[in-house]
Design a protein around this ligand. Structure first.
Ligand code: HEC
Length: 133
């Protein structure tokens, strides 16, 4: 009898610990921190249509023939990216995107840039196990 009630106390404490930790973590998620520009959503379609991810990474994921483009917008800017995509530097193919596709692609790269960093050495690891960029 006593052993059963001790088990119940332990199970109750575990459930309380689980619920407290989960609500603490989820309460702190930056869910609505980044509003997504509708042009950026179209730009993601451009990114996928031309398969940029075959050679480039976003947030460190993708192909490795070209460089990671997570922060290309803040590093080099739209005026650098636009002609480069259309004419293709060295081993990258030229894509000849329309003005609208190019505008949407830039909006996508801008939103990606605002939402994260690709270099894990710049991340901050909190004591509760979460990571901030
Ligand atoms: C076949 C592989 C390949 C594909 C597909 C590709 N790229 Fe590239 N890209 C490269 C390579 C390789 C480089 C580096 C060129 C160099 O400087 O030698 C590059 C460079 C770039 C750069 C310049 C990066 C910097 O730091 O200067 C940008 C911006 C870029 N690509 C955008 C794009 C976009 C947008 C797409 C899709 C529309 C795309 N690329 C598709 C291979 C590719």
């Amino acid at each position: 009898m006593a052993a059963d009630s001790r088990k119940m106390v332990v199970v109750t404490l575990l459930v309380i610990a689980f619920l407290s930790y989960s609500s603490y973590i989820y309460y702190r998620l930056p869910v609505n921190k980044y509003a997504v520009d509708p042009n950026a959503e179209d730009g993601k379609m451009v990114w996928q249509k031309y398969n940029c991810n075959a050679c480039h990474q976003i947030y460190g994921l993708g192909g490795y023939l070209g460089p990671d483009l997570t922060n290309i917008y803040s590093l080099k800017g739209a005026d650098y990216i636009k002609p480069l995509v259309n004419f293709g530097p060295r081993t990258m193919p030229a894509f000849h995107l329309s003005d609208i596709e190019l505008k949407d692609l830039i909006a996508y790269l801008k939103s990606v840039d605002a939402s994260g960093k690709s270099d894990p050495r710049t991340f901050t690891i909190h004591s509760n196990g979460t990571i901030a960029q």
